[in-house]
Design a protein around this ligand. Structure first.
Ligand code: UD1
Length: 363
């Protein structure tokens, strides 16, 4: 059973790493890793490989940035000869980025079986590029690994046969639980001046924004920042800035509060930061899940989420992008203790083991 593992962008690395560790633990070494190069900055790629103990990729496509068509096409052109030469039995793709879509298209036409990790998530919003990527990846996949029951229901509703669907839990949570102790031992909070005179973390909030719908239009972005600045007048707001957001934030001059922007953080620093935060404001998908596992209130600055279990069982609240609603929600939650946070079934750090168990029996 030869496996091809594909990773392209920052969240992919966090999801592929535990699968590599589970393969190693099973002493299955017939696999190779392809890095498409969709993310290439050291801060978005190299540090993740080293901190997550990932090997140097066997193949690097170096596709870089571009329009959706350019990026997808470059991954397809780079990957096709590699798959033809190395002849994997199964290709394993994760998440919903353009690299995921491209790999699935290539493999399906070469007759290589496809396993999709994090299948079945649906926002119902086809203006999101990720929603298109998810729909195509799932319809072409032979083995669909899901994180929660709602994803199973989505797939069944779309006509995917039940025997292809495996509810295994969440590999991003595997990475989180594997590295949380190491993250907490870091001096991240000291370096960011977030430790009080009593030696304990002070109250602070974390912000991340990178969705095109939130950062590409100045009006929308500035509205969100008005709400963030309201929070920053109560506590420091730490804002690691994604490259996509960097140009936009340079033109924002409205800060009255303590908004501390910085470059994207490495995985362990970011985990340490989130673990002790009083609140997280984000448009990320993965961070909604991570906040829920960490028990930190999360405000999702979007109109929809493909991860409803983080609302029903976790700490997530969908607050939209209207500054007035965000401010109202923040004021309500920041001034009262967190009321809910139940364990999400199978988000226990062992999803990758369950995935490998299934993968090694694919016929
Ligand atoms: C991509 C994914 C998104 C995921 C996000 C995580 C798609 C459609 N989007 O969005 O689902 O949540 O990754 O970060 O696949 N850039 C750099 N350095 C890099 C990579 C990108 O500076 O290493 C800049 C470039 O200006 C580039 C822009 O970021 O044009 C966007 O990068 P891209 O990979 O197209 O999408 P993301 O916004 O990162």
């Amino acid at each position: 059973m030869r496996l091809c593992l594909v990773a392209g962008a920052r969240p992919n690395f966090v999801k592929i790493a535990p699968i590599i560790h589970a393969l190693r633990a099973r002493q299955h070494d017939d696999w190779f890793l392809v890095h498409t190069g969709q993310h290439y900055d050291a801060k978005l790629s190299d540090t993740f490989f080293s901190e997550l103990n990932m090997p140097v990729p066997d193949e690097s496509l170096g596709v870089g940035s571009g329009t959706h068509a350019e990026q997808t096409a470059k991954v397809m052109l780079g990957l096709e000869p590699i798959l033809a030469r190395r002849q994997p039995d199964v290709i394993v793709v994760v998440g919903d980025v353009n690299s995921t879509l491209a790999a699935v298209l290539v493999a399906s036409k070469l007759g290589i079986r496809i396993a999709h990790v994090e299948a079945g998530l649906r926002s119902g919003d086809r203006s999101m590029p990720e929603e298109i990527n998810r729909l195509v990846a799932d319809v072409l996949s032979d083995v669909l690994f899901t994180t929660s029951e709602d994803a199973d229901e989505n797939l069944l509703r779309e006509g995917i046969p039940r025997e292809r669907i495996h509810l295994v839990g969440n590999v991003m949570v595997d990475s989180l639980l594997q590295h949380l102790d190491a993250a907490r031992r870091r001096d991240t909070l000291q370096r960011l001046n977030l430790i009080g005179s009593n030696g304990q973390p002070i109250r602070y909030a974390v912000v991340t924004l990178h969705r095109p719908s939130n950062v590409d239009a100045a009006d929308t972005f500035h509205g969100l920042m008005t709400a963030i600045d309201h929070v920053a007048q109560q506590m420091p707001v730490i804002f690691p800035v994604h490259p996509r957001t960097a140009a936009r934030i340079a033109s924002w001059e409205g800060a009255k509060g303590d908004v501390r922007t910085m470059e994207s953080l490495p995985y362990l620093d970011f985990l340490a930061l989130n673990a002790s935060a009083s609140a997280i404001f984000t448009d990320s998908g993965g961070l909604q899940e991570e906040a829920s596992v960490l028990g930190v209130p999360c405000f999702t600055l979007r109109e929809n989420t493909e991860r409803p279990v983080t609302i029903s069982k976790g700490t997530n609240e969908l607050v939209g992008t209207n500054p007035t609603s965000i401010i109202a929600a923040a004021d309500r939650v920041l001034n009262q203790p967190l009321g809910k946070n139940t364990e999400i079934p199978l988000w226990d750090g062992r999803a990758a083991e369950r995935i490998v168990d299934v993968l090694l029996t694919v016929r």
